[in-house]
Design a protein around this ligand. Structure first.
Ligand code: G6P
Length: 622
């Protein structure tokens, strides 16, 4: 969802901007643009609707050798996806160009004020308001200063004054024709990362575009304004003045963001899961004490023993892993758990005991609703933790502690490897909390042994890929699917349905298998397949009865079953076998065939698997 890039240095800015924007494509967008400063100090803006490839064509027809520029991918909020609404936008009398992530809530009122002052609006965006507001705060260039440059501090002051008038969220990249040797950046609520190179600086809304260019990064904090020049970086707080900045080292390799031998990032990420799970587990299983180890919770065992209740809050796929966490923590650690949609929790006022621990689960660490829910819980005085993939993301920084997934960059919009890593982190969390309470040493040891086998089982589940592609061919034209499972496999059913919806645009519903009798069974016909997630377990017989009920009504059944289950082959139309595993680990292994099934169906239907329509990877608006 909206991406920003910026560059100042000896390279041709547009080359980096295009590469950076390509790497931000995964966030979701519908138009894009760049702005550079030419040698004769003019601002050049190039914009286009659609893919970055279209923008690259536009740029090729009018290239610019400038070493200073900003770029943007836009995911429409205010106004349709048109060239006029695409960023960057001019401000004032074309004195500056600006790119913006986030939403300005008081834009209508500011727009009327600026219109009354004579500013002309060429788009419907909230961003253009910011552009004119900064120009207005800067004031006209005095006519008695021909040839003399105003101090750059005036630009910084104008930005600070303008952002002080904004309500909402923003990450801003700005260039002025009056100060052609600088890029200005400011943030409140929308992340910005600065890359520090030798004689060059980079700017981006997350670290992806910087990989391979520099590994030295600075995370801009809320209410900070930065001035990037070739050889210097200055950061100041909107009110407090100059602040020092920490340079951190980014630990990602560039091949982690390339597709390699795969046709899509999603497929690559599905196949990376044995490795991403190993990375999530690495160093966190302590056999000697039969427990898990987390270096980042920042809480002592004494603090954790006081926890009487856990609340998981998240959105989308991460909410589903929260549900898996509920089964795990209640079953293994006997701690009451609730799972809340972050978008609901942020405005609800649930009574919460002081001993409630909050976990925000998020791949990106930037989801606006999850961040807001976390802040609301912090405000109420609760300890907050993050289970997060992106190091240094806003949620990771704001939580009191947490667990990084270390799943590696996830580019496909539909989450796959981050989901299974979240489930794995939650399994280990359940072990940890369990061992603090009643879980015996022996049971802890047994859990560790089984957890360690998971990556190999996932590897084995992936070998069914060709068979799953065949099944996908058979059902590709169906327009409705049901996904059913019980107990630990109920969240898996929800996640399977969401995956199919997200990337193939097929209507799919996930339900607890038995609940299907109370409504969804009315949908069953020859054209509505039901995907049963039913590896062996204590609930198997019950799910089998639900399956028979569907068959009795003529509905086709695809079963995800444990290898060796011969009975299922007699009743289901198609079976995808996965390796046997204990119930609490089944969500991780069962997710694999469901991800592959969605992938193949979407592919057969000609959908853009990595960038599904209307969706964004990082949802930074409410
Ligand atoms: C978007 C993405 C989903 C993701 C959800 C939550 O909707 O398309 O794949 O599950 O946001 O994102 P988070 O980064 O917080 O896990």
């Amino acid at each position: 969802m909206c991406g920003i890039v910026g560059y100042i240095g000896p390279r041709i800015a547009q080359d980096f901007l295009l590469e950076g924007l390509r790497r931000l494509e995964y966030r979701g967008y519908d138009s894009a643009g760049t702005a550079t400063i030419s040698q004769d100090r003019e601002l050049n803006i190039t914009k286009s609707v659609g893919r970055i490839a279209m923008l690259a064509n536009e740029i090729q027809s009018a290239p610019c050798n400038s070493g200073v520029g900003i770029g943007h991918t836009r995911w429409a909020t205010h106004g349709a996806a048109t060239v006029a609404n695409a960023h960057p936008h001019f401000g004032g009398d074309n004195i500056l160009a600006i790119a913006h992530n986030g939403v300005i809530e008081n834009f209508a009122e500011l727009r009327s004020l600026l219109k009354a002052k004579g500013y002309e609006f060429r788009s419907e965006t909230d961003t253009e308001v910011v552009a004119h507001l900064i120009a207005d705060c800067l004031g006209p260039r005095p006519t008695e200063l021909p040839g003399m440059q105003r101090s750059i501090q005036m630009a910084v002051d104008a930005i600070k004054k303008a952002i002080g008038k904004l309500r909402g969220t923003f990450g801003l990249a700005i260039i002025f024709k009056e100060w052609p040797d600088a890029i200005f950046a400011a943030r409140l609520g929308s992340p910005l990362v600065i890359g520090v190179g030798d004689g060059e600086h980079f700017l981006a809304s997350d670290a992806q575009p910087l990989i391979g260019f520099t590994d030295r990064i600075v995370y801009l904090a809320d209410n900070q304004v930065a001035v990037l020049k070739r050889d210097s970086l200055q950061v100041s707080h909107r009110e407090a003045g100059p602040v020092s900045h920490d340079i951190q080292v980014l630990a990602v390799e560039s091949n982690q963001v390339e597709m390699g031998e795969y046709d899509h990032f999603m497929l690559k990420e599905i196949f990376e899961q044995p490795e991403s799970l190993r990375n999530t587990m690495r160093g966190r299983l302590n056999e000697e004490d039969a427990t898990a180890v987390f270096g980042g919770l920042n809480l002592t065992p004494q603090d954790l023993l006081k926890v009487k209740r856990i609340v998981f809050t998240a959105c989308g796929t991460s909410w589903h892993s929260g549900l898996v966490g509920e089964y795990l923590l209640e079953d293994i650690a006997q701690i009451p758990v609730e799972v809340e949609y972050a978008s609901e929790l942020r405005y609800r006022n649930p009574p919460m005991d002081e001993n409630t621990l909050i976990f925000a689960i998020t791949q990106s660490g930037e989801t606006a609703d999850t961040l807001a829910a976390l802040r609301e819980m912090k405000r109420k005085g609760h300890l907050t933790m993050a289970i997060c993939n992106v190091v240094g993301s806003s949620i990771a920084q704001e939580a009191d502690g947490g667990i990084y997934l270390h799943a590696g960059p996830e580019i496909g919009v539909a989450s796959t490897k981050a989901y299974t890593s979240q489930c794995m982190a939650l399994v280990m969390l359940a072990l940890y909390f369990g061992r603090l309470r009643h879980l015996s040493y022996n049971r802890g040891r047994k859990m560790i042994k089984l957890i360690k086998e998971v990556p190999d089982k996932v590897e084995q589940a992936l070998t069914e890929n060709d068979r799953i592609a065949e099944i996908a061919r058979k059902y590709q034209h169906c327009n409705n699917f049901l996904y059913l499972g019980r107990h630990y496999n109920f969240p898996t059913a929800l996640e399977g349905a969401l995956k199919l919806k997200e990337i193939s645009y097929i209507h799919a519903e996930g339900y607890p298998a038995a609940e299907m009798k109370h409504g969804p069974i009315a949908l069953v016909d020859e054209q509505t397949p039901s995907v049963f997630v039913m590896p062996q377990g204590f609930i198997y017989e019950k799910v089998m009865s639900n399956l028979e009920e569907i068959k009795a009504r003529g509905g086709p059944v695809i079963a995800i079953a444990a290898e060796g289950d011969k009975r299922i082959a007699e009743v289901a139309d198609d079976v995808i076998y996965i390796p046997q595993t204990v119930e609490y680990l089944q969500p991780i292994v069962s997710a694999i065939p469901l991800q592959l099934l969605s992938y193949h169906i979407a592919l057969l239907r000609g959908c853009d698997v990595d960038k599904p329509r209307n969706l964004a990877k990082s949802v930074t608006v409410e």
